[in-house]
Design a protein around this ligand. Structure first.
Ligand code: AHG
Ligand code: MN
Ligand code: MN
Length: 326
């Protein structure tokens, strides 16, 4: 095990180089703990259903919760107790989460998607957790939504945990992207990729092509171009974290163009800006990739509401640049 660095060792070294980031390092460690807990629950999720089939309690008499509810409650309860956060925002909460006195002096705010890929929860397919940390704005109330409407470029920490065939944690403090893999037996994360760089040329495209009739013509054409002319291979998992991770490692692009599902000519994005797109865009830029909604770099956007949705084109530079050039 000597040549394997653990997350703890890595964070200690980071702290030695950046003593001013002490609290952020602790936050990163908190997220790793959350990831380990959700990972354990995810592995047991099928069993929970079986053992809980006679009513809503499991064999220990505990109430069984859906994984997304469990993940949200865990994030809220655990992160609140750390006292690192003045406020929290979650995909599962309509408004900013009040931290009470626990957040009174805190210097950071966090937005998260506790369980990404809900449609894959019940069918044993990869899911994830996404998080985005900003500095608290001291000139406005800490429960003011504007705490979370900061530009993606101003994130101080962002990352995700992917619960796949193994559990990996990918994060950035703004100095490169690092990947750690969880060893459940030992209960430690080990460094598996010290400086993740996305291949500059895409080999894969990930999009829900079943939506083609709802896309604007230009988007449908671009996807046909990726498939028929660029001859990219298709991979679509339906969990942003899983599709994103795959493309980051193998070289590819994730697309969720605006859709008009109401048939009224109103096209809207699906992916949430504050806790899905901003953190992914931050990681991508650190890894040499690019993220846009088609109009501008995701990191330069000024969000206007907590649960704002945008079109998303994320991945290897060649394809994202081509999309923007059109
Ligand atoms: P969530 O499960 O957190 O609501 O997010 C789902 C998102 C994203 O993870 C995924 O890429 C996309 O929705 C899938 O959407 P479709 O089922 O419409 O393809
Ligand atoms: Mn999601
Ligand atoms: Mn979710």
């Amino acid at each position: 095990m000597n040549n394997h660095r653990t997350l703890k060792e890595y964070l200690l070294d980071h702290l030695a180089d950046h003593p001013e980031q002490r609290e952020l390092v602790m936050i990163m460690s908190n997220m790793a703990t959350i990831g380990e807990t959700i990972s354990t629950q995810t592995n047991k999720a099928g069993l929970a259903g079986i053992l809980g089939s006679l009513g809503q309690t499991n064999i220990q008499g505990e109430t069984i919760q859906r994984l997304d509810v469990f993940a949200n409650e865990l994030c809220k309860k655990y992160l609140r107790a750390t006292e690192h956060f003045a406020a929290m925002a979650s995909e599962e909460e309509s408004t900013v989460v009040d931290m009470g006195n626990d957040g009174a002096r805190a210097k950071y705010v966090i937005a998260f998607d506790p369980l990404d890929g809900s449609s894959n929860i019940d069918v044993n397919v990869s899911i994830g957790t996404i998080f985005s940390v900003h500095k608290r704005l001291f000139n406005i109330d800490r429960l003011d939504e504007r705490q979370f409407l900061q530009k993606g470029r101003d994130q101080v920490l962002a990352g995700y945990i992917l619960y796949g065939s193994s559990t990996v944690l990918v994060f950035s403090f703004g100095d490169g992207v690092h990947e750690f893999t969880l060893d459940h037996g030992i209960g430690e994360y080990f460094l598996s990729n010290e400086r993740v760089m996305i291949p500059p040329v895409a080999e894969y495209y990930s999009v829900n092509e079943g939506n083609t009739v709802y896309f604007e013509r230009k988007d449908a054409d671009f996807i046909a171009y990726l498939r028929d002319e660029k001859k990219l291979s298709a991979r679509y998992i339906g969990s942003l974290v899983a599709d994103f991770h795959r493309n980051m490692i193998k070289g590819g692009v994730y697309l969720y163009p605006a859709v008009d599902k109401g048939g009224k000519g109103i096209y809207t994005g699906k992916i949430r800006l504050n806790y899905e797109l901003k953190p992914m865009a931050f990681l991508l830029e650190q890894a040499g990739g690019l993220a846009t909604d088609g109009e501008m770099n995701i990191l330069d956007m000024e969000p206007t509401s907590l649960h704002e949705r945008r079109a998303a084109i994320l991945g290897s530079r060649d394809i994202v640049e081509e999309y923007m050039a059109r």
